[in-house]
Design a protein. Structure first.
Length: 605
């Protein structure tokens, strides 16, 4: 017995049992947790992709209804009929024509259940598809707003408004839950005139089918999952269990985790899922003001992973039992393979990441697996080390660049200050003033170049800039700046109209033999808009070029006047969007007038 227990073969078998079983179990557990993590990550990615696609699908679906709404609130027939009602004209004829129009639009899409018009005079005209009634609207009485309050809410906005889903009525034992798209009626001959509002009421199941399209079509890539929508007030826009829409108002939490807890409680209370391991993801659409929520039950997935883990553990123990039976046959090759792997690991531990274990065709399959994993791991470590070196080098370059960016402006300011004192010592006060103005201009332009400043700061900078231009051009032009004091605290983007002033000075006055005059005037006209006028009496611009500028045809070439004007107009659009307006008028030989209108934003008192 002692001879047997001391034999190399027995010791190898004993060592193999002790060394192989525990590491394999450990590897199996690590693989289980790693697989769980990967599944979780993939599930999260799928859920996020699902939400993004759902958001796009909902937007695309709603766009068609917004187009119908646009046809209604801008249609000449509707505008004229509503105007007739407000004026107290032929009421019966106007109402019949409106109902005929609403019926035609409502029947275009099955999901439209009702179209309602509330006029400025308080009349309510509607076409109700479920009830076909012309007397009682199926949903208006269920709103928490009176018709007058609803009218005021919609008519005060110039954009399409979404009204969250609510229970409307039941017809033929079928409950109807409706959400609404609303817009005020617009007469483009007088866009500010209040005529009325129009509301399209849409079946909530449309949103449910779009949000859960894969489940409806039988191609669910996330089994045991559901999508629904919640608005910012905690009300359900769409939910698989319709009765929950009527009774549920989620409390508004202080954090995103609070929302997730509310969603989980909602799912548990609705009985949609039996599991206790929910993965909850949400995506907010700022345009719609809705949050898209995906809830998936991961209990089934994790039970399958656990079953796979147990199967792998069973396979490990069976493999060990089988290997013990054949270990005598592979002792030589195994010990040699172990020595090779141990030697390679020692080299790797000493810092030699290029080491690899050579595969032997007589090597047991387990050792081949270990060898392949080791070689693959060393390759990944090599790659990781190279990536770390590259990132470190890039970070160092970025730090040097940032340091240079800090040094150069200070060097420039200090140099200008030195030259300024040299000019003062030489009694060259005009040169000193020009250098001082240049330093202030450069400091103002470099410091937070895209920031927002008050109109007062911009005007002070503009005066310095014009002073330098007058000095450079030997006072060949005069400039008037007219700004009411009450507008000086308004906020604007820095250097927003300087390119137009520079274009007037450098190109407008070029080759004109007369006294040049530049006028810059800022007014509040119309209300809540800053009207910035830049006028010069220069040579003007040829009519064809003016027309191209009006049409937005600005060549992006190397010409300074083209590039400067293009960049300036692009900045206007980038900062203010459709709220900005650019107007240009010019006559050859008489001068050019540029008008810029931007929203008025009040600054500090």
């Amino acid at each position: 017995m002692r001879i047997v227990t001391n034999s190399l073969q027995f010791r190898l078998i004993s060592a193999f049992c002790l060394i192989s079983i525990l590491p394999l179990v450990f590897i199996n557990l690590m693989s289980y947790y790693n697989t769980t993590g990967i599944v979780q990550e993939n599930t999260d990615e799928l859920a996020e992709v699902n939400l993004v696609q759902t958001d796009k699908s909902v937007r695309s679906t709603l766009a068609a209804y917004e187009d119908l709404l646009f046809q209604l609130y801008t249609g000449d027939d509707i505008v004229n009929d509503v105007d007739e009602l407000n004026a107290g004209g032929n009421e019966a004829l106007a109402v019949n024509q409106l109902r005929r129009t609403l019926r035609g639009i409502a029947n275009i899409k099955d999901s439209i259940q009702c179209i309602t018009i509330i006029t400025e005079s308080g009349d309510i005209i509607f076409y109700d598809k479920p009830t076909a009634s012309s007397i009682k609207n199926s949903w208006l009485d269920t709103m928490n707003l009176t018709p007058e309050e609803l009218y005021d809410k919609i008519s005060n906005e110039n954009s399409t408004q979404y009204i969250t889903t609510r229970y409307a009525s039941s017809f033929s034992a079928k409950p109807y839950y409706l959400f609404h798209l609303a817009h005020r009626i617009v007469d483009y001959n007088s866009i500010h005139r209040q005529l009325g509002v129009i509301i399209i009421s849409i079946d909530e199941r449309l949103l449910h089918e779009v949000c859960n399209q894969n489940s409806v079509d039988g191609d669910d890539t996330l089994p045991g999952n559901v999508n629904f929508i919640v608005d910012d007030e905690g009300r359900l826009v769409t939910f698989p269990v319709q009765r929950s829409i009527e009774n549920t108002v989620l409390p508004i939490p202080e954090s995103e985790n609070g929302w997730r807890e509310s969603y989980g409680e909602l799912i548990e209370g609705s009985g949609l899922m039996d599991g206790d391991n929910f993965a909850i993801h949400s995506l907010r659409d700022d345009l719609l003001g809705w949050s898209f929520v995906n809830v998936s039950d991961q209990s089934v997935v994790f039970r399958q992973i656990e079953a796979q883990r147990n199967l792998m553990l069973l396979a490990v123990f069976l493999s060990v039992a089988f290997l013990i039976a054949v270990i005598i046959l592979v002792t030589r090759h195994m010990t040699g393979s172990i020595k090779n792997i141990v030697a390679a690991m020692k080299k790797a531990g000493a810092g030699d990441l290029a080491v690899r274990v050579r595969r032997d065709r007589k090597m047991p399959s387990e050792m081949e697996t270990i060898t392949d994993q080791f070689n693959r791991m060393m390759g990944q470590m090599n790659k990781l080390v190279e990536e770390v070196k590259m990132v470190s080098a890039r970070q160092k370059d970025a730090e040097i660049t940032a340091l240079e960016a800090q040094i150069n402006p200070h060097f420039l300011y200090n140099t200008l200050d030195t030259i300024n004192w040299m000019a003062i010592n030489a009694d060259q006060y005009e040169i000193s003033s020009a250098i001082g103005a240049l330093a202030r201009i450069l400091r103002y332009g470099i410091d937070k170049s895209n920031s927002i400043v008050t109109l007062r700061e911009e005007m002070e900078w503009l005066q310095q800039y014009i002073f330098l231009q007058q000095t450079r051009l030997k006072n060949t032009f005069s400039c008037q700046i007219i700004v009411p004091p009450e507008l000086l605290d308004c906020l604007i983007h820095k250097l927003i109209f300087q390119p137009f002033v520079e274009n007037a000075i450098l190109h407008g006055f070029e080759g004109v033999q007369q006294h040049h005059i530049l006028i810059i005037e800022i007014q509040e006209k119309p209300k809540e808009l800053l009207n910035i006028t830049i006028h010069d009496n220069g040579k003007g611009i040829e009519a064809a070029k003016v027309e191209e500028i009006k049409q937005g045809i600005l060549p992006d070439n190397k010409s300074k006047n083209h590039l400067g004007m293009k960049n300036a107009i692009d900045r206007l659009k980038m900062y203010y969007g459709e709220d900005a307006e650019f107007i240009i008028e010019s006559q050859e030989g008489k001068g050019t007038t540029i008008v810029i209108r931007i929203p008025k934003t009040q600054g500090r008192e």
